[in-house]
Design a protein around this ligand. Sequence first.
Ligand code: ASP
Ligand code: MG
Length: 594
Amino acid sequence: MSLIVQKFGGTSVADVEKIKAAARKAIRAQHQGHRVVMVVSAMGKNTDVLLELAGDIGDDMPAREMDMLLSTGEQVSVALVAMAIHSLGAKAISLTGGQIGMKTDNSFSKARIQSISTERIERLLDEGNIVVAAGFQGIDDDLNITTLGRGGSDTTAVALAAVLGADACEIYTDVDGVYTTDPRKLPEARRVEVVSYDEMLELASLGAGVMHSRSIEFAKKFGVPIHVRSSFSDTEGTMIVAESESITQPVSGAAMTADEARVTVLGVPDVPGKSQQIFSAIAKRKVAIDMVVQNIGQSGRADISFTVPKGELKATIAAIDSVIDKVGATGHTHDDQVSKVSVVGSNMALQTGVASRMFRALSDAGVNIQMITTSEIKISALVAKEQSAAALRAVHEAFQLHKRPSDAKSWHQIKAERGKADVDTLVNRLQADALEALTLTGISLTQDQARVTLHGVPDKPGIAADMFEMIGCAGIFVDMIVQGYDGEDGLTSVSFTVKEKDLDASLKVANEIQSRHGMRDVIGADGIAKITVSGIGLRSHTHVATLLFDRLAQDSINVEMINTSELQVNAVIDAKKADLALKGLEKTFADSLL
Ligand code: ASP
Ligand code: MG
């Protein structure tokens, strides 16, 4: 008999009528012959109300008590949903996180799932019950109640679907699927039928509010198809699966994170290990940093810029202050009026001209790009907050995201084509007691790379667009691009990597750009290599980048450029040190490598 997990978010159980509607959906599925497990969130804004209550008592309440408090929201919902099912004549039983054996670690408010025992759920299902499980909560080894972090009910649902081997995991919510961008920010956004785990992971971590990032990591690890759909209608929503909607479209979605902050640590001595000290201090406070740009050192010092969510700025600065003397940096600056605009697409890595198309769109809209980072499936630009809406519209339009790609496939087509050859899941290779543990799939080297750096680039619209269009016209494939602050003088520096054989041609273009826009200098370097750590959920496991830096620092290997995504952490290093780096990292990550 097939089993489905149905998750109802806060808005879908916000009042008694909605609770009854959710109950009817579950009963209907049961009548259709499925075994049904429901996962529910706290009613409406209940979690926020509880947070406010705690805030009224004071700041910085004990984390354990916060989780004790917040978990009650879900406990109210599961009981009411089970009652509603009873009142409609079916059998149901509600269970807390502890009662479904949802074991987590003890990091309150950010707990990670270790294991789930399925016997009790299976037994209750066998007895004909709809099992109504509380989302968002678990218990640690000492039976303390823990919570998984805001939005964590999604992760509960996908985790249950994974361990129960469910046929489907339906996420009922107040939107009818995943859109090319947030339709509240951009009305022309289009609902997509299919989006890949990788794309969704990036979009989720960029604040596409639809799903909790960690739930997608889970789904990818275990190959759980997720169906995001509206609780208020019966229309099909969006399937989140291994495949993308199109195999040609370079960009599948755009996102804008409005409230970001840029932090620059100035004058960091350009010796191995310095950035590591800074990042590990920040990681200790569990702040996830993004858009890391390290300017190639001049006169023995480098500036390191990165972004953090605006709300984490205070903690980040405190972390930097705690190590700045040890690091020997000269100071730091920040800007909390910035937003990040990103485009995401699984097919991007195979095409040229994607970055320049984005930069051109921004420049045509009069938007200045303050920082750029790229990864294999994402390009992000940091812009002034006041220009963020215009920036999002411009890139959405540039990639024609409002139109269904001509080769788009529906989930039914994709599933039919999958045939018997199942999508590769990692499930068998995972340890059963560490479901959410870091999972690395490989460490690899890309040799024969070269880097081009332009210093003293005027910080005004259009330069990045010009440069990468010309590079593209010259038929050169650019891999990593970073742009960041170049000291305090309002200038930026841009670095990018190309294949070693393309260095001369790239330098020619860079020199032309230099004379056209008047920048300080152009430097080319060959003999560099890129080392890549690949896995799942690398950004939510903030320590991956830290461990990588640590290891390289111990081996006295300087990191020239770095980029991070959900799928990879890449560092550009001296090619002569590449083998040493590979060996070191294989040792460091031995436990997490599959
Ligand atoms: N109730 C929790 C929250 O509001 C968990 C969830 O809704 O997923 O964050
Ligand atoms: Mg919620």
